[in-house]
Design a protein around this ligand. Structure first.
Ligand code: SF4
Length: 238
C-alpha cells in the first residue's frame, strides 16, 4: 500500500462533516492547555495545547479521555491567543499535542496563527494522518513523532485498523518528516507487554537506517491506564 492510499483511507474517515468550508483555529477542540512547560519541546519554554480525539486505542494510553473525537473541547482558541499576547517575549512557542493533533484540520490555521504571532510551533504526533501532517509540516519547527514498534507489532499496541494500517501511516509520516528536514525527535514508549529487548534493538536499527538521528526510548507509565493493562504490565515486568 502506498503512502497516498494509507492517507486517503485514514483521512476520509476523519472528516465527515467539515468538508466544504475553511477550518479556522477557532474550530479546534482543545481538551487542555498547559500555559508553561519546560519538557514538551526540548530546550524551549512553551505552552502546550492538548487537542481532543485520536483514532487509535493504545495499550498504554494514559489519557483515554482524549480519545473520543465527539467530546467537545473545554478550552477556546481565544484563550490561547490571550496567553500568547500576555507571554510575548517569555514563551518560545506552542506545542500541539493530544490525543492526535493532526486529526483536526483546524490545526493548520492554528499553527499559522502561532507563527504569525512570532512564536515557534512544536507538534507531538503519533503519525496517524500522513496527508494532514504534510499539510501542517511547513508551519512546524519541531516534531516529536511516536514510532511505537517495528511494523509487524504495531497493531498489538495501537489496536486499530488492519494488520499494518497504523504502521503504514506512522512510517509514512516518518518519511515525510525526514524528507522535509524538520527538526525531529522520534520517541518510542517501550511497552513490555508487546516489545522485547530484541524488538527495541531492531526498531532502533531500522530507524537509524532510515536516517533518524534522535531516537528516545520512554518508559511506559501505568498511571491513567486500564486495570487490565496495569495487571499485564505488572506480569510482564515480573
Ligand atoms: S496515539 Fe496517543 S492518544 Fe492516541 S491512543 Fe495512542 S497513546 Fe493514546
Amino acid at each position: 500500500m502506498t503512502t497516498t492510499d494509507v492517507a486517503a483511507r485514514t483521512e476520509r474517515a476523519a472528516t465527515p462533516r467539515a468538508r466544504g468550508r475553511a477550518h479556522r483555529a477557532d474550530d479546534l477542540a482543545i481538551a487542555g492547555l498547559v500555559p508553561l512547560s519546560t519538557c514538551d519541546w526540548p530546550g524551549r519554554l512553551v505552552a502546550t495545547a492538548f487537542l481532543q480525539g485520536c483514532p487509535w486505542r493504545c495499550t498504554y494510553c494514559h489519557n483515554p479521555g482524549l480519545i473520543d473525537p465527539r467530546t467537545p473541547g473545554v478550552v477556546r482558541w481565544d484563550e490561547v491567543r490571550d496567553l500568547l499576547a500576555r507571554r510575548a517575549g517569555l514563551l518560545d512557542g506552542v506545542v500541539f499535542s493530544g490525543g492526535e493533533p493532526t486529526r483536526q484540520p483546524a490545526l493548520v490555521d492554528a499553527a499559522r496563527e502561532v507563527r504569525e504571532r512570532g512564536f515557534g510551533v512544536g507538534l507531538h504526533t503519533s503519525g496517524a494522518y500522513p496527508r494532514r501532517l504534510a499539510a501542517v509540516l511547513p508551519l512546524v519547527d519541531w516534531v516529536g513523532l511516536d514510532i511505537k514498534a517495528p511494523a509487524h507489532l504495531y497493531r498489538a499496541i495501537t489496536r486499530a485498523g488492519g494488520a499494518t494500517t497504523s504502521a503504514d501511516a506512522a512510517f509514512a509520516c516518518l518519511r515525510l518528516a525526514l524528507d522535509t528536514g524538520v527538526d525531529l525527535q522520534v520517541r518510542t514508549t517501550v511497552d513490555p507487554t508487546v516489545l522485547g529487548p530484541a524488538d527495541v534493538e531492531r526498531l532502533s536499527r531500522e530507524l537509524a537506517a532510515l536516517g533518524v538521528r534522535e531516537h528516545v526510548l520512554q518508559e511506559v507509565r501505568p498511571d491513567g491506564t486500564t486495570q487490565e493493562y496495569r495487571e499485564a504490565l505488572a506480569a510482564a515486568q515480573g
